[in-house]
Structures are given as C-alpha cells and as structure tokens.
Design a protein around this ligand. Sequence first.
Ligand code: BDR
Ligand code: CA
Length: 311
Amino acid sequence: ARTLVMDVDTGTDDALALLYAVGHPDLTVTGISCVAGNASLEKVVDNTHKVLDAAGAPDVPVAAGARKALIERVQEESAFHGEDGLAGIVLPDTARTTSPLTAVELLRQQVVAADSPVTLVGLAPQTNLAMLLTLHPEVTDHLERIVFMGGSASVGNVTAVAEFNVWLDPEAATCVVESGIPTAMYGLDVFNRLTIPEEHARRWAASEHPAQRLTGELLLRRGARADGLTEQDYVGGIGDAGALVFLTHPELFTVGRHPVRVDLAGLGRGQTVVDRRPVSYDLQARSADPWQTLEVVLDLDVQQAAQAFTE
Ligand code: BDR
Ligand code: CA
C-alpha cells in the first residue's frame, strides 16, 4: 500500500477524495491536515471528522492548520460549497477529536516516521504545505512525491487565469512548485472533466451504506449551488477526488513534463504559467531561472477513470 498524508479544505469534493482514499485498499492515509478554504477552518475540521465517520475510517489523526494565506487575505470562504462547506448536507455529530498538534507538526511527524517514502496530497490552498517545506526541509528526504489539485495549463476558475487553490495563496503555491520535490499538478485541465453518471449517484444516495450514501449525496449536490443550478441539473464532477484516481490509476491520464511558475503579480496573480512551447526563444538560459519541471496532468480517459472511482 502507498502511504499518504493529505491536506484538505473539506469541501464537497475534498469529502469525495477522503472517501476514496480511505476506502481504497492500496492507499493508507496516516494523517490529515486542514486549512481554511472552501469553508472556515473550524468547519473544515468538523467536516473532515464527519466524513471520516461516514467512510468508516480508522482513527486517522486530523490537525488544524492555517486560517489565512501567508501574505494576502483574499476572502473568508467560498460560496460554491455552501457556507458549511458540504452544500447543506447534515452529517451526524462526531466523537473524533482533533489532534493537539498543529497541521505542520502533524504532517512532519507522519512523514518522517513512515517506513517508506510518503506521498503528500494537497487538495486545498497550500499554506500548510508551504510552512511544512519551509520550516522542515528534512521532510524532503521522506517524500516520494507531491500531488496537488490546483492550477491550470489553460483557463482559471476564480479569475480568467487563476484556479481557486493557487489563487487563495499564490506565495504558498510558489513554495510547493519550487520545492524541487517531484510534483504532479492535477489542475483544471482535467479537474472538471471526471464525472460520474447520474444513475450511479442516485443509486448510491439511496444506499443504506454510509460511505456510499454520502458519496451519492455529494455528487447530487455538487454543482447544485453553482451559477443558480438546481439539484435537477446534475453535474457529477468528482473534483479533488480525481487527483486520488490519478494516483491509483496513472495509466488513465496523459501527463506532460513542463516548466511551471506561479504568477504573483497583478492581473495574472495566482496563474500557474505552464511552459508548453516546443521551442523557446528565451534570451536567458532556462537553467539560470527558478522554473521547475512538473508533471502536469493534461488529459484523461473519462469513462475508465469514472469506472475506477466507481469500483
Ligand atoms: C478547488 O477549489 C475548491 O473549490 C475545490 O475543493 C478544489 O480543491 C478547485 O478549484
Ligand atoms: Ca479542495
């Protein structure tokens, strides 16, 4: 099994990702850190515990992290997932307790204590990850890879060019992108395209099994709040959970290796600039500047990836 630590801002699609990660026989989640993003930090932590309950997860430690970005506070919370972060889905109270450690310390401990190299999965603004990598560079030796949902090689969602997770903390994203750790970017080029057929979602939502039922309800509600859509307008995107499907089924995705930088200034702030030129006319040698080559997920086999999630 592959050992994972996850950083989340749960979030309807972070919830789907947690359900998938905890339920997948080849993945072992050893720690979960929370950050404000889709909802306030308190709600993100509470949602994470409740989703783990529904998933029937073992006692995975969950810690609270950053409430705001490193530099610029852009917003309180996102409207897309509702004020509660779970699009109004009410889950039973939880008996799980939050770790007394900070998110950064929990991540550090779980990463350095692991017997084999760990995959760090980021599904949220990257403030906790940036602090981990900056305060504890020794984790680098224990990390196999970072896989983050964020960014885009094409269009943005919050702005014309910036994706939400990167836009909320572009300086933090810079720390991750420039860390030198092997990193895969699962961005908007694929994020909205991995959808589950409606009949599956409706069947799961009617299930007695808590994890199946929550998966179905989340899928039915996702998109229901965006742009005035109602629950009848099924969208069915699994969002962040796709980054986990990429981890378990890389053969279903097309990946390019491209230099990437995060734009920090002005109109392009929060854009992941992906250099896909076949030939460049740069006057300065690329080796002299801090562009890091990342794996950029660019395309996928939608049907097979949906099938993998369903199984
Ligand atoms: C990202 O922003 C959040 O709304 C989702 O959870 C996802 O991580 C998409 O831009
Ligand atoms: Ca998220």
